[in-house]
Design a protein around this ligand. Structure first.
Ligand code: NAD
Length: 260
């Protein structure tokens, strides 16, 4: 379905980004892998995409807290593989603290990676999409792009901002076959969330199982994690021709997190 297309998935060495990269590759897209991790594990991910799905995959290092590296990532994708047809802005970090205790450098880092980097990659990739009259931008926001929780000031500001940025990109490119949509996951069991479960278990003297049940029970009525594979299928749909008329939207896949 996506044969001949090139997808850049930021933060695809782990969790949701990896699930999305594999789903896009399964549907024929060539993949640019990006993110941090052990070089051997990253090479296994890259090689696995090629051998499992018969597509081309390259790894390009970029620290997305740095605007120049975000732009260089898009440029290097063009030279190492091909111009970016599908841009998935997925890399993200979390920090929790009350506003008055929130270290300013943590605020800056979360905003830089979760919001500003998405602007920089979009700014770099859009002219090529416009020339080719085809493109897909998929921004991985969050249920926390639509509703708030305490202690996540930077993350929630970034994700609400990302939903807004997505709408602007959709409007500015509406006359062309370029769509921009946000995906808003609820809880997904990835390293980012496992850290939060562990912190909670420790703070409240709970077992990991109890802390997990509490986390899901409070906000996610299905009491089941959403999975990277499920999110991957949504990204495949948004990348498809069938989604040509779908733009400017924020898609919840959140086990009814934002319903109550
Ligand atoms: P994860 O920690 O498993 O993966 C994050 C990825 O981003 C990794 O590949 C990491 O190396 C990369 N990354 C981090 N900082 C980077 C930087 N400076 N430059 C380049 N890459 C960097 O987390 P995840 O849960 O898979 O999160 C992926 C996205 O999904 C994030 O934007 C997150 O906010 C969002 N999200 C996650 C959940 C959840 O419950 N896990 C829910 C809603 C939204």
């Amino acid at each position: 379905m996506l044969n001949g297309k090139t997808a850049l998935v930021t933060g695809s060495t782990s969790g949701i980004g990896l699930g999305i990269a594999r789903a896009l590759a399964r549907n024929g897209a060539n993949i640019v892998v990006n993110g941090f991790g052990d070089p051997k594990e990253i090479e296994a991910i890259r090689a696995g995409l090629e051998s499992d799905f018969g597509v081309r995959a390259v790894f390009i290092h970029a620290d997305l807290s740095n605007p120049d590296e975000a732009v260089a990532l898009v440029r290097k994708a063009e030279t190492d593989l091909a111009p970016v047809d599908i841009l998935v802005n997925n890399a993200g970090i979390q920090h929790t603290d009350r506003i008055e205790d929130f270290p300013p450098e943590k605020w800056d880092a979360v905003i830089a990676i979760n919001l500003s980097a998405c602007f920089h990659t979009m700014r770099a990739a859009l002219p090529g999409m416009q020339q080719r009259d085809w493109g897909r931008i998929i921004n991985i926001a969050s249920a926390h792009g639509l509703v708030a929780s305490p202690f996540k000031a930077a993350y929630i500001a970034a994700k609400h901002g990302l939903v807004g940025l997505t709408k602007v990109a959709a409007l500015e490119n509406a006359k062309q076959h370029i769509t921009a949509n946000a995906i808003c996951p609820g809880w997904v069991k990835t390293p980012l969330v496992v850290k939060q479960i562990e912190a909670r278990a420790e703070a409240e003297g709970l077992s990991i199982e109890e802390a997990t049940r509490k986390l899901l029970g409070e906000r996610q009525p299905t009491e089941r994690f959403v999975t990277p594979e499920q999110l991957g299928e949504l990204a495949v749909f948004l990348s498809s021709e069938a989604a040509d008329g779908t733009t400017g939207a924020a898609f919840s896949m959140d086990g009814a997190f934002t319903t109550w």
